[in-house]
Design a protein around this ligand. Structure first.
Ligand code: GLU
Length: 426
């Protein structure tokens, strides 16, 4: 029995993105011949909490926002995953993202389950005070299912280390003492880890370098286009430039710039710090997000929203490597097209696992009250990312599947083993 057999009883989280996550899972589960009992337990989240978050806005009016926190799985340890602030956040999306976190954590060997949270809001249209109130009230509403041993949030789209600091403080106020381990991706001043802010982008680049090695390409002078210039996109651009690549295009929500001779990444980052977005940045010619995806380049990094690479544009991509900095940027039906065109895809749960990996380091350092140097964080991160890449590639080759299927198969198999060992309560 699978989610798709339940059409008459489909829960409300079965939106297109959730169905895509389930379809990916079921494809991989079939290849590994997954135990049917475990199968059933993976197609639905373990628990999902919907909360109303009322806050007083700057104009004095009360507005109520919808918030979510979903635990997909907690077989191996506390559930782990980011909190997203975006106008399109909905239960189905949060459930899909939570499921991907389960496979991601398992794939890179972290003792965590998968979770995700979010608030349906436009953080760019809100003041700092409004965001602080929103974050604090949301944290208070989801408090019963949070905790260093229960569920540990982190930043995601639209949130950052300040959001995590407010979450940590709110949780700690309720407990009566400081509980830094309740979130990761927090500022270093309150127990954050060196390197966490850059971790996802760096991790993307470690996997890109491995892919290049496998394909016989050299990083020096390789041309990269990056969609999304938030935490993941900008740090990927920076790390790619450091590795010798030429970043020819970047974009954010309103479009971006392309420069055939290469963009000055540090200059673009400093522009965004000063102006809040790439709007008006003059480092190259303007282009749309759709145009960026179709640029001729060596490495394409979708690092923004999901569902960017579709059946329609997969035919028009002109890159050799797609490194998925975003979660779920490629629709299921686009995968075989990319594969048949010889485009090497580093799937999201592998490519962007660097963020949650350094979150794990942060959590471990907090538990031990012992903090590592940046060099140590990066060395351990590189080790985990390159090992995971090698395992996924070996599975893809041995089982004649694409990299996404291989990554899912490894992640699912690990959790399935743990679930079978624990059995069912009562
Ligand atoms: N939001 C990030 C992700 O999608 C990081 C999650 C975490 O660090 O817990 O992987």
């Amino acid at each position: 029995m699978t989610a798709s057999d339940h059409s008459a009883y489909r829960p409300e989280y079965c939106t297109p993105i959730y169905d895509m996550a389930v379809a990916q899972f079921e494809k991989a589960a079939a290849v590994i011949d997954l135990d049917p009992n475990v199968w059933q337990r993976f197609v639905a989240p373990k628990r999902a909490l919907m909360v109303s978050v009322p806050i007083r806005m700057e104009d004095g009016a009360i507005r109520v926002f919808s918030g979510y926190r979903v635990h997909h799985d907690n077989t191996l340890g506390p559930s782990k995953g980011g909190v997203r602030y975006h106008p399109d956040v909905n239960l189905g999306e949060v459930c899909a993202l939570a499921m991907w976190m389960t496979w991601k954590c398992a794939l890179v060997g972290l003792p965590f389950g998968g979770a995700k949270g979010g608030i349906r809001c436009d953080p760019h249209a809100m003041s700092r005070l409004e965001l602080q109130r929103l974050t604090r009230r949301y944290t208070a509403e989801i408090l019963p299912i949070l905790g260093p041993d229960i569920d540990v949030p982190a930043p995601d789209m639209g949130t950052n280390e300040q959001t995590m600091a407010w979450m940590m403080d709110t949780y700690s106020q309720f407990k009566g003492y400081a509980v830094p381990g309740v979130v990761t991706g927090k500022p270093i001043a309150i127990g954050g880890s060196q390197g966490r802010n850059e971790a996802t982008g760096r991790g993307v680049v470690y996997t890109v370098l491995e892919a290049m090695r496998h394909l016989g390409m050299r990083p020096e002078g390789a041309r990269a286009a990056i969609q999304g210039f938030g935490n993941v996109g900008s740090n990927t651009a920076k790390a790619l430039a450091e590795a010798g690549c030429t970043v020819i295009a970047i974009s954010d929500v309103n479009g971006g710039v392309v420069n055939d001779r290469g963009l000055d990444v540090a200059d673009a980052i400093s522009y965004v710090e000063r102006h809040g977005s790439l709007d008006g940045y003059s480092g190259g010619e303007a282009l749309t997000n759709t145009e960026l995806l179709e640029l001729p380049c060596d490495v394409l990094v979708p690092a923004a929203l999901s569902a960017q690479i579709t059946k329609a544009n997969a035919e028009r991509l002109r890159c050799r490597i797609v490194a998925e900095g975003a979660n779920g940027p490629t629709l299921l039906e686009a995968d075989p097209i990319l594969q048949s065109r010889g485009i090497f895809v580093i799937p999201d749960i592998l490519a962007n696992a660097g963020g949650v990996t350094v979150s794990y380091f942060e959590w471990v350092q907090g538990l031990q009250h012992l903090f590592w140097k940046e060099r140590e964080v990066y060395e351990r991160l590189r080790e985990i990312m390159t090992t995971a890449f090698a395992q996924v590639l070996a599975t893809a080759q041995a089982k004649h599947v694409d990299m996404r299927m291989a990554a899912l198969m490894i992640g699912i198999e690990k959790i399935a083993k743990a679930k079978l060992a624990r059995g069912v309560f009562p």
